[in-house]
Design a protein around this ligand. Sequence first.
Ligand code: AHR
Length: 602
Amino acid sequence: KIAIDPTQHVAAVSPALYGLMTEEINYSYDGGLYAELVNNRNFAPHWSGFEHWFVESGGNSHASMEPSTDGPSKALPRSMKLTIMDASAANQAGVMNDGYWGMGLKPSTEYKGSFYAKSSGVGDARVRLVSDVDNATLAEATVPLQDGAWKQYQFALPTKSTLVASKNNHLVITFAHPGTVQFQLVSVMTPTYKNRANGNREDLMEMMAALHPHFLRMPGGNYVEGNTIEDHYNWKQTIGPLIDRPGHQGTWHYRSSDGLGLLEFLEWCEDLHMDPLLAVFAGYTLDGKHVDHEALKPFVQDALDEIEYVTGDTNTKWGAERARDGHPQPFPLHYVEIGNEDWFDKSGSYEDRFAAFAKAIRAKYPELKLIATTPVKNTVPDVIDDHYYKSPEEFYAMLHHYDTMDRSGSKIFIGEWATRVGTPTPNMAAALGDAAFMTSMERNSDLIVMASYAPLFVNVNPGGMQWSSDLIGYDAAHAYGSPSYYAQVMFANHLGAFVARSTNDGESARVFASATVSADGKTLFLKLVNGGDKPANVELSLPHVKPGKAAVTTLSAKSRWDTNSIDAPKHLVPVDSRVNVGAEWKHTLAGNTIEVLDIPLQ
Ligand code: AHR
């Protein structure tokens, strides 16, 4: 039996409860959200040559590729040197790039290309997008190169209306004359959300928009820490013209181009109407090393500079830099997180590191709320970031963890959480665990002010995933939401403003509920979860509801192991219907089911 009194508001719901967490993992940016199609556009050094680049020749044409220590900028002081030995108009030679497990192409679409080149004798570059299946040319451009110094070239690659959308495509650049050409920053961008220059893939942005996220933890996770001090997330190297971004070794076994850098994170927030939640590097890296005392000072200064880059007006040093980068308007900022999972730092140095950051940030920006990644004793953080990666059963067992927690201290941010069942994306069992946990977050959202599922993204190709159970999966052409994604869409779209007084004696049978009321008091948002396989007969006492129809959104599976995948993206999706509801309502909740009801109140 579930009894709810919608006129009794026991707490306010945090309007910022649901947000997003992001880091470069599972090819989230390069090979994911970032609209670049070319893999390894910066020709990162590798023992095998240049990953994802191959010589393209045939018939009587010959070419070779080698690293060169000459590049177009200080940040990219190297390039790929292509020597064309033999070539003719009919038998061209050059290079090809295979993209991130292909390149997603659509009909009647213009792909924007550019590269830096320094050439001698090769003449025009013929740039083509080509099908892997039959080698057909799907889009092409002729780019006349001028012999001499480094120069950037831009071109357009429009596809025909007859093209069949697919991911099985690659890029080819060839020449009809012998000579040499050095390349750097070879780029082909797919159209972006809201046509942002250097922006994001449209389908993934639309999927995130449907979550109505309130904030973006940027960037979080191991990625902000780095494997070594040298490779920590150094935001200053991720801003400005792309040619001035060296890229860096990420923590998930691949290199980051940093094409999606700090300004792009902020523009991502702007496009989805989210607040940035800025995570700053706090002097601890994944190899277990930390910096402190004098050595920490430059990193504290970097954090202050970063905050100024986000919020400063154009009279400030870093605000002016942001304006030069194309965004004179400052961004809103309320929360700064200092580090990530610093409970791993067994030296205990976080106490002093947090204090050093907090002192400096609070002196200059007293209005900012500071998030600690583990409890500290001598400085009071505004918020503490708790992380949970659990099984459904573990979540079911901890649904009352926050109910009795002290409300007078720091607030809670659940900056990473997920029920981890299913790979690459979670299945229905995980969605049920997630939904149950969300009922407890909503009930406690006077304390839990924000929460963000992690990881957000996975490129589902073999080799694309470093961490299983990720909210949204994709390849070069398509994206899909896991059942956990849909559970979040359902909860986030019916958040409510107040927690209603309620009791539920069905938890031992795995029936969970959350009851919130809209700000105007006219709607009860009732979330019901049946984590059991069998239907549950639920008796609901709902005084003050208007007897009649209520809107229901249902996500249900025959088996908890059911899921969505890149080949069956819509196997489990929420379904809308209407149901008769009254003050005493007997309701059968199907097994493995999440329901969200909008119930009109009197
Ligand atoms: O979300 C994956 C990883 O889990 C994050 O990078 C890290 O913070 C956590 O341990």
